[in-house]
Design a protein around this ligand. Structure first.
Ligand code: KIV
Length: 284
């Protein structure tokens, strides 16, 4: 049975204190939220990966606040026990603190219990404004997919000494600005460990090794919906893409060889009504 989480409890959840790591999985609609809930995850992230794994875009830059809000609402209609975080899409927190607060509020009104946004020091005025509006903020640093063009693609970050030192500083600055947790994506394990030691809030890793306070994977990646992209950090626990195609193939075969639908899958009238209908319409 999953427990229901609060922001303060999530924030102080540090594995160094002897607790087991937090489990976060993305979900984008009611059925996926129900599955993540039934599995006993601690958090659901309605991530902007929505763009790639659900909406078919090549990167995460195409989704809007309205898209994320629509999917947050679908997730919350499943009434999941895990804590629901809504992802702020690109350009929803880049231009001004006021606009950032308004966009964060849209996700909260859709049902998110907190929001997540990408970036380090540059985003601090926006983070502070959102936190001041009483909206809990989860940070996200390292490989930040919304910066794909600026970074030159989806590349592991902080591999060199100075870049790693800067990232550790950025993590501390985010914690000082009031984030309750930080996603660490695509960074060497030692850097993630040092950040996890350096900040008083929980860290949740994706492609960041074992030393974080939790781990997150994308629903469609962990369930193996497709083979197109498979980063090193993804472990597949099912092959739902292949299993689904095979199942639909069996349906197609049954339709074509006329074994679907079977008698028990058909609605019937009484034989009298059927006979009367046939007599009236077939003889005409
Ligand atoms: O949008 C998302 O799914 C994410 C995770 C990969 C952390 O940000």
């Amino acid at each position: 049975m999953t427990k229901s989480w609060t922001v303060p409890a999530l924030s102080r959840h540090k594995v160094a204190g002897g607790v087991s790591p937090l489990v976060m999985v993305t979900a984008y609609d009611a059925p996926s939220a129900r599955m993540v809930d039934a599995a006993g995850a601690d958090l659901i992230l309605v991530g902007d990966t929505l763009a790639m794994v659900v909406l078919g875009y090549e990167d995460t830059l195409q989704v809007t606040v309205q898209d994320i809000a629509y999917h947050v609402a679908a997730v919350r209609r499943a009434r999941p026990t895990p804590f629901v975080v809504g992802d702020m899409p690109w350009m929803s927190y880049h231009t001004s603190p006021k606009e950032s607060v308004e966009n964060a509020a849209t996700l909260i009104r859709a049902g998110a219990q907190a929001i997540k946004l990408e970036g380090g020091r540059k985003r601090i005025p926006m983070i502070e404004a959102i936190v001041n509006a009483e909206i809990p903020v989860m940070g996200h640093i390292g490989l930040t997919p919304q910066s794909t063009h600026a970074m030159g693609g989806f590349k592991v970050q902080a591999k060199e000494l100075e870049a790693a030192a800067t990232l550790i500083d950025e993590a501390k600055a985010l914690a000082d600005a009031g984030v309750f947790s930080i996603v660490l994506e695509g960074i060497p394990d030692v850097v993630a460990e040092l950040i996890t030691e350096a900040v008083p809030v929980s860290t949740i890793g994706i492609g960041a090794g074992r030393g974080c306070d939790g781990q997150v994977l994308v629903f469609h990646d962990l369930l193996g919906f497709e083979e197109r992209m498979r980063p090193k950090f993804v472990r597949r626990y099912a092959a739902l893409g292949a299993d689904g195609a095979a199942a639909i193939g069996r349906f197609a075969e049954d339709v074509r060889n006329r074994t679907f639908p079977a008698d028990e899958e058909i609605y019937h009238t009484s034989s009298e009504v059927a006979a009367a209908l046939q007599a009236r319409f077939r003889s005409a």
